[in-house]
Design a protein around this ligand. Structure first.
Ligand code: FAD
Length: 470
């Protein structure tokens, strides 16, 4: 008779809410070896594992969980890294509930296996063993590739091509590498030491990382093509959207991009030890309902705000943020104003934000996204007193690259048009992937796009024979 299987996940040990809102340390503390072993034992090792199909980079999930069951973490982490260069990151921030865990058989009657937590456990276990040995590299193949942007898409392309013998240079506009992992996702969800370790690993493969290098300004894509056989564009979607309502030019009104960058990249939370000031607001409203909104609201609490509101025009069921992060925000005391639309930002007469005028909404028929459309209720206006607001309703790609690269086709909202299978753009020798193609999406989808592009770049460059294009 088979043993009765535990239908619930081992809970993730976390800092207590009252304690964590006063610090920027990581909230989730990670499984212990015992918890990881118990959770791994829940896996049914399905013959046809749906979890692997649900993973955009097809990690062999049953195999790595099997290694944990057998007490062999070294083989477990090697298994993950065959297809995922950033397991410590993905184990922390991937929306597993929408991907691998959604297809887990156990999820039909109880809770899916905590695949992300086990992935994180193995990545952290490896880090505790000391410096990560880079794999043996093949001899250089004489080809040079430029990767523009050092987020998950760029990192994946750089690592994959370096492992195939390419000379890779990664060009990054900011003074630290890592993309949104560094400047967007806060320390309390993704410690920056982890991102630095992943970037160092890519450097250890021989990839040169050039910081403070704005492609399109410092040098154009066409100039890069004079000295490189191919270029990959992984510049993300860093151009914030605003509400388009009166009052958005008041002091105290931020885009999430600016707010989080000041805090994470410029260490605004350590002012005056670091010299980037960030307004210490007492009442903050954050517009939006995705991960970016949750991160902004929880950052505002940690910066000392007494009251933080998420102002969202739909209901709780429609929130696009990860469930885990919504729960964390709720536990920490963020106030959720659902079915609420900001219509006007009002100043104090001296140029500073003082109030927000909002209108109540109700849910109507489903729209093209399948979610019920929010409809305004006339005459339902009310005001919320705040001294800062953060707009987290979405981003588009920055147009710099498309404006300076003749012949590069862009679509709606400035995304670069590519062949879905290969990531190839309308320009010869130029590939693209990640948020710059899809618009704001996820870490793992950016990595998946990077992997497909690297494969296509390699196939194409290998077919050009000796000497290549340069
Ligand atoms: P990015 O990570 O944006 O990296 C692009 C890089 O290119 C940046 O470093 C940028 O500075 C650089 N760059 C731009 N223009 C130039 C130029 N002209 N020259 C040189 N360099 C340039 N996803 C999840 O899966 N889970 C989450 O929990 C999650 N939370 C998020 C929270 C926040 C606050 C944000 C903003 C995003 C979050 N995401 C999350 C989304 C995820 O981070 C992105 O989808 C992912 O980082 C996209 O990767 P990328 O490599 O395409 O671009």
């Amino acid at each position: 008779m088979s043993p009765v299987r535990d239908m619930t996940k081992r809970p993730m040990p976390k800092q207590e809410p009252f304690e964590r809102v006063r610090n920027f340390d990581e909230v989730a503390l990670g499984y212990t070896a015992e918890l990881a072993a118990e959770e791994a034992a829940r896996c049914l090792s399905c013959k046809r594992p749906g979890c692997v199909d649900g993973c955009p980079v097809a990690v062999d999930i049953p195999a790595f969980i099997g290694c944990l069951v057998e007490g062999d973490p070294a083989t477990g982490i090697r298994t993950i890294k065959q297809t995922n260069a950033l397991p410590a990151v993905c184990g922390r921030v991937c929306p597993q509930e929408e991907q691998c865990e959604r297809s887990c058989v156990l999820g039909k009657k109880g809770e899916a296996v905590a695949i992300g937590r086990l992935e994180r456990y193995l990545a952290d276990w490896e880090a505790e063993q000391g410096a990560i040995e880079p794999p043996e590299l093949p001899p250089a193949n004489g080809r040079r590739v430029a990767v523009v942007g050092s987020g998950p898409a760029g990192i994946t392309v750089a690592a994959d091509l370096a492992l195939l013998g390419y000379e890779v240079t990664m060009f990054e506009a900011l003074h630290e590498a890592g993309g949104v992992l560094t400047y967007g996702i806060p320390e309390f969800r993704l410690p920056k030491a982890i991102v630095r370790r992943e970037v160092d690993y890519v450097r250890s493969l021989g990839v040169e990382v050039r910081l403070d290098f704005v492609v399109g300004k410092t040098r154009t894509i066409d100039r890069l093509l004079e000295t490189h056989d191919a270029v990959f564009v992984g510049t993300g979607a860093g151009l914030p959207w605003f509400l388009g309502v009166p009052g958005e030019n008041l002091n105290g009104v931020y885009s999430a991009n600016e707010y989080l960058t000041r805090c994470n990249l410029m260490r605004g939370y350590r002012f005056p030890a670091w010299d980037t000031p960030l307004k210490r607001a007492t009442r903050v409203a954050v517009f939006g309902g995705g991960n970016v909104a949750m991160d902004s609201a929880r950052t505002a609490l940690r910066l000392g705000a007494d009251e933080v509101h998420i102002v969202y025009r739909r209901g709780r069921a429609e929130l696009p943020a990860r469930v885990e992060e919504v729960e964390n925000a709720e536990e920490e005391g963020v106030i959720f104003d659902y079915l609420t639309l900001p219509v006007r930002l009002i100043g104090d007469g001296r140029g500073w934000l003082e109030e927000i005028e909002c209108r109540r909404m109700e849910l109507g028929e489903p729209d093209e996204s399948g979610r019920r459309r929010p409809v305004e209720i006339p005459g339902s206006e009310f005001r919320l007193r705040v001294d800062a607001s953060v707009c987290a309703i979405g981003n588009s790609p920055n147009p710099l690259i498309s404006m300076t690269t003749p012949g590069l086709q862009v679509g709606k909202r400035g995304t670069i048009e590519v062949d879905e299978e290969t990531g190839g753009t309308s320009r010869e020798r130029v590939w693209a992937g990640g948020d710059v193609v899809t618009g704001a999406a996820t870490v793992i989808s950016a990595m998946g796009a990077g992997r497909r592009a690297a494969r296509s770049m390699h196939e194409t460059l290998a077919a050009t024979g000796e000497g290549g294009w340069r």
